[in-house]
Design a protein around this ligand. Structure first.
Ligand code: ADP
Ligand code: MG
Length: 376
């Protein structure tokens, strides 16, 4: 790739104070990672910077991607010129992956497999389908002899819907999950996900879209581009909140963090990926303002990319989960509590892998903040 390469996109920003959508031409300079935003309406340069603090990578640039530019959530809507379209459009593809009910207790391992296979996850949500919804999703199988068993199965518990992004993602994800029947998968594709986690022809651990048209329809089903979002599965009882921070998500360890939590005996009863606005991060961390020295850094970290919110359930959830997360400073955690999440996956006091609730009485409030207020 030539050093002077630049790519151009049409982007939108929902300006909350004014309740309006603003459109920009967005230019990305590959060598400096600098960006320029030109407001289409006012015909003025709106912003020009080289983002030293939270650099945008080339892999972040695809249609539908949400970028965090100095606390603003900017959504890429289209290519901004023919050159960019020609250079990038063949590369990135999106597909829907679903962790089906029989494999939700293995979600950590499956997510880890997904990251190791080089996919990016740009949306994630644990949902529960009723029979009508399941039938709508599987409408192509109307009249098939296995439909009834299939609908019973996919409504038997929660599923985790994933928007997977990558080169040739549709086919690569089909290859990663393997043949529909896990028995066949075990002989023909022993490393595939269905081979490792599937049970039988019906209970086969994962779903993958089979074509560009079905991936578009199926992504819209779980992650509608407008209108009401799907219900999450939070139960708001005996639970506390864990946030897998953006640096940990970016480095691909989210699956390992979730495995660590479930292996320790906690129930994960809701999961959703969020792209936090600065105002929301400030509100969420309000109690730390003026109390904790790292407050500004914490807000910057939480808005630096997608985070994953979990509702974690156990007896005495807030207290026991705090113990599992470990001391706030990963350096100290590595000395005193080397098996805790922060010791294993944290970098420093701000990038300490997970947020956990500090005060037991706040556990539920934090779960509500993510799964009732933000997840509306
Ligand atoms: P895939 O999920 O690999 O695209 P299909 O679209 O053919 O497979 O079927 C959808 C789902 O229905 C399968 O993943 C599986 O859960 C179930 N299923 C498919 N074929 C059968 C079968 N012959 N018997 C029982 N269940 C089946
Ligand atoms: Mg299919």
């Amino acid at each position: 790739m030539a050093d002077q390469d630049r790519f151009c996109f049409l982007v939108e920003w929902y300006e909350e104070q004014a309740a309006r959508i603003r459109q920009f031409l967005f230019t990305y300079y590959v060598s400096t990672k600098g960006i320029e935003m030109y407001c289409i309406k006012t015909r003025k340069t709106y912003l020009k910077t080289s983002l030293k603090d939270s650099p945008i990578e080339l892999t972040d640039l695809y249609i539908g991607s949400t970028l965090n530019i100095l606390g603003r959530q900017i959504v890429i809507k289209d290519y901004g010129d023919v050159y960019t379209r020609n250079r990038l459009s063949s590369k990135k593809e999106k597909t829907l992956g679903v962790v089906k009910p029989d494999a939700v207790n293995k979600a950590g391992q499956i997510l880890d497999n997904i990251y190791r296979n080089g996919f990016q996850i740009s949306q994630m949500k644990m949902c529960r389908l009723d029979r009508n919804e399941a039938f709508e999703f599987y409408q192509e199988h109307k009249g098939k002899p296995f439909l009834d068993a299939l609908l019973n199965y996919v409504t038997s518990g929660p599923v985790i819907a994933l928007e997977l992004v990558g080169e040739n993602a549709i086919q690569r994800w089909r290859d990663a999950i393997g043949p529909t029947d896990p028995t066949v998968a075990r002989s023909e594709a022993p490393n595939s996900i269905r081979s490792q986690y599937g049970t039988d022809k019906t209970m086969n651990a994962c779903h993958g879209s089979d074509s560009p048209s079905s991936s578009a329809r199926e992504l819209e089903f779980f992650f509608p581009s407008s209108g009401p979002t799907r219900r999450n599965t939070a139960v708001f009882q005996d639970s506390t909140c864990c946030i897998i921070k953006p640096h940990a998500v970016k480095s691909g360890v989210a699956g390992k963090v979730i495995s660590g939590i479930t292996d320790a005996g906690f129930d994960v009863t809701a999961i959703e990926m969020f792209h936090m606005q600065k105002a929301n991060a400030e509100e969420f961390y309000e109690v730390y303002k003026g109390v904790v020295q790292e407050y500004n850094g914490m807000v910057a970290e939480l808005t630096s990319g997608p985070c994953i919110a979990l509702e974690v359930r156990a007896q005495d959830a807030a207290k026991t989960f705090r113990e599992m997360a470990g001391p706030a400073d990963p350096e100290i955690a590595r000395h005193l509590r080397p098996r805790t999440l922060r010791a294993l996956f944290g970098t420093d006091k701000v990038r300490n892998a997970v947020h956990c609730t500090d005060l037991p009485e706040d556990g539920l409030l934090e779960v509500e903040y993510f799964f009732k207020i933000l997840g509306r």
